[in-house]
Design a protein around this ligand. Structure first.
Ligand SMILES: Nc1ncnc2c1ncn2[C@@H]1O[C@H](COP(=O)(O)OP(=O)(O)O)[C@@H](O)[C@H]1O
Ligand SMILES: [Mg+2]
Length: 318
């Protein structure tokens, strides 16, 4: 297949050469002889039923300091593409929702990965609530009394913004902490959404595990161990990536959610597990491929493109 592929992503100039998952997806696309078109989320438009993007043709290579060539800026009709990779970073905000609505107009004739309708239905932390028996004890609420009661029951808690990402605004409150009231006031000033409160899982000291699912099947995992004196495992606040496999419980979690993800056209998903519990399902722009590739000697980007090609040929046979 010689596919035409548009990638909605961050500026290619400033990507993390050794960490960016979209970069290796692009490299694999090059290796397969696909043509690439790069555009930024802000350069997507809708006009008279057409989905347009101002971007540039792109070539990629695995050469540090010389990893891309971009063509002249041009406006393209995305309906002429075979595939659009929507690799837009969270937060899951109204700009995100808008992009899913626009891309929905060309999907599935142009295969948008992941399915923009399913993505819109699946904000990372809320999506988990739709699967039974996988979440840690959790409260989603703005009700101060309910939050206090939850804390009285669970003692040690984690407080986080419902639509946050990258560890921003995540607080660990030990039983003797006196800041809950003040924190909740601050949260309600910053956002109108309820907060998410969870029982603190001490197993997090051993890591927050990212598992990549491709077409609903676990394809690899990487552990992220929080730095000493830090509650958060996110890599950009010092979380250390570590080689790891899957436990029986984690395989069960994947079996519980995988078929659903596949049915929804969520081809490339990253889930996060702490101890025995699922805390996030990332369908927007999951990452971790490069780390898993290095630890496990695999090439997840090739498996992802295989899954996309399979989805395209299923579609053309239907
Ligand atoms: N219930 C919990 N128990 C212990 N630690 C948690 C819990 N929830 C989150 N954390 C810590 O906070 C970090 C960020 O929280 P997470 O839910 O992953 O939100 P984000 O979207 O900001 O990454 C996690 O990587 C983990 O280290
Ligand atoms: Mg996280």
């Amino acid at each position: 297949m010689a596919l035409k592929v548009a990638i909605q992503m961050d500026p290619i100039e400033s990507i993390d050469f050794d960490g960016d998952s979209t970069f290796v997806l692009g490299l694999e696309a090059e290796a397969r002889g696909y043509s690439l078109f790069h555009y930024l989320a802000k350069d997507l438009s809708f006009r008279d039923g057409k989905v347009l993007a101002r971007g540039r043709a792109m070539r990629l290579r695995h050469e540090r300091g010389n990893h891309y060539t971009l063509g002249e800026p041009e406006l393209r009709d995305l309906a002429e593409m075979d595939v659009v990779l929507m690799r837009q970073d969270p937060p899951f905000d109204m700009s995100y929702i808008t992009a899913t609505h626009i891309l929905q107009h060309i999907h599935p004739k142009t295969l948008v990965v992941n399915n923009p309708v399913a993505v819109r239905n699946a904000p990372e932390k809320l999506y988990v609530t739709h699967f039974d028996g996988v979440m840690p004890p959790t409260l989603i609420s703005s009700d101060m009394e309910a939050i206090k009661a939850f804390r009285a029951e669970h003692k040690d808690i984690i407080l986080k913004p419902l639509f946050g990402n990258g560890g921003a605004g995540v607080f660990h409150l030990t039983p003797d902490d006196e800041n809950l009231g003040s924190l909740l006031e601050m949260f309600t000033k910053l956002a109108r959404e309820p907060v998410i409160v969870q029982r603190y899982l001490p197993e997090v000291r051993a890591g927050d595990k990212r598992i990549i699912l491709i077409d609903g099947r676990p394809a690899g995992a990487v552990n992220r161990v929080p730095a000493k004196g830090e509650a958060r495992s996110n890599m950009h606040v010092g979380g250390r990536p570590e080689k790891i496999g899957l436990t029986k419980r984690e395989q069960e979690i994947c079996e519980a959610i995988g078929p659903h993800l596949k049915r929804e056209g969520l081809i490339f998903v990253g889930i996060d597990v702490i101890g025995d519990y699922l805390t996030e399902i990332n369908v927007t722009s999951p990452t971790g491929i490069q780390q898993i590739n290095r630890f496990d000697g695999v090439k997840l980007e090739a498996e992802i493109w295989d899954a996309i090609e399979a989805a395209l040929s299923r579609r053309s046979m239907a």
